[in-house]
Design a binder for this molecule. Sequence first.
Ligand SMILES: [Zn+2]
Length: 357
Amino acid sequence: MKLSFKIGSAWGIPIELHLTFILLILAVLGLAVYFSDIYSFILVVFLFVFVFFHELAHSVVARRNKIKVRKIVLYPIGGVSEIEEIPENPAIEWRMAIAGPLTSVILGAALVGIYYLLPVKIPTFKPSSFIISSGNILLDLGYLNLLLGAFNLIPAFPMDGGRVFRALLAERMKFSNATKYAAYIGRIFGIIMVGIGFFFFNPVLILIGVFIYIGASEEAEQTIVSTTLASVRVKDVMQSEIGSVRPDQTVTEALEVMFKSKYHDALVEKDGVFQGLVIWNEIIKVKIEQRNNIRVEQMPLKNISTYPDEAVFESYKLMTKEKIDLLPVVERDIPTKVVGVLTSEAVANAYEKAKNH
Ligand SMILES: [Zn+2]
């Protein structure tokens, strides 16, 4: 289910607003209208701007370290910068993680500092009817940033502090173990927060606690699966039985071979020499009445393959990038000799195995 919506982009990085943030904005707007209290709404809009700054700081450090940021998702309590891969260097990870909270804390301190130190005239409002506030916009926004920074420094996944904590552990132990311990602390933290929430009848605390608990568990699972999968080689899960088609065969014949071998794409070989793949998206473009006339050699070929000693995880990344469900495996010394095929089904099985490891 898609729970976040694209609202724009910065340096080519898509920026998405999470459903919870949209709901929060709508809820506050409703309450603001009900209490004729525009100030609460202004605070929430600024929260959105400050979360954006916070997230941007993560992305800037990521880019400076040549880590690709896939997208930024803004949540009311912070954000998530989805990066292409977790940096293996803990020093980069903790710098990237701390950049966000640091930005929030500096912004907050600056706003509060301006309020106390500089004789500036600031617009004041009637304090919000349902958000703890002073009514002084400079001071309230300052505290909002300090809260955002402090909250994200909690050493629990999926908060930034959890990442810093993991990176510090990873300097001393295996990355997967560091993740396991950090996630463990994250879960305990979530449970404590839910407990406190129930004790004080505070539904926001309960929600945040649940969010931390789920986030910590997901993070741990993903990391552990990807590190376990990293040690599985293509040859461990590939099928050595190959159903290939010849360039002079028709599309109908190719479909028959694909159906029989349960392939999603057609593997083309000529006299035992690998030619390439005709992908499913191209095959279905051929109209049914033309499938008996058009030959495989008239179709666009994709020359793509992997090696038996390659990591399954890397090969799978290639498959998702190229949108294929079948990856031919060729010999490293003779790259025209197909020795097997890797299917996404085989990868899914390996993934299941790694998860239950
Ligand atoms: Zn952050």
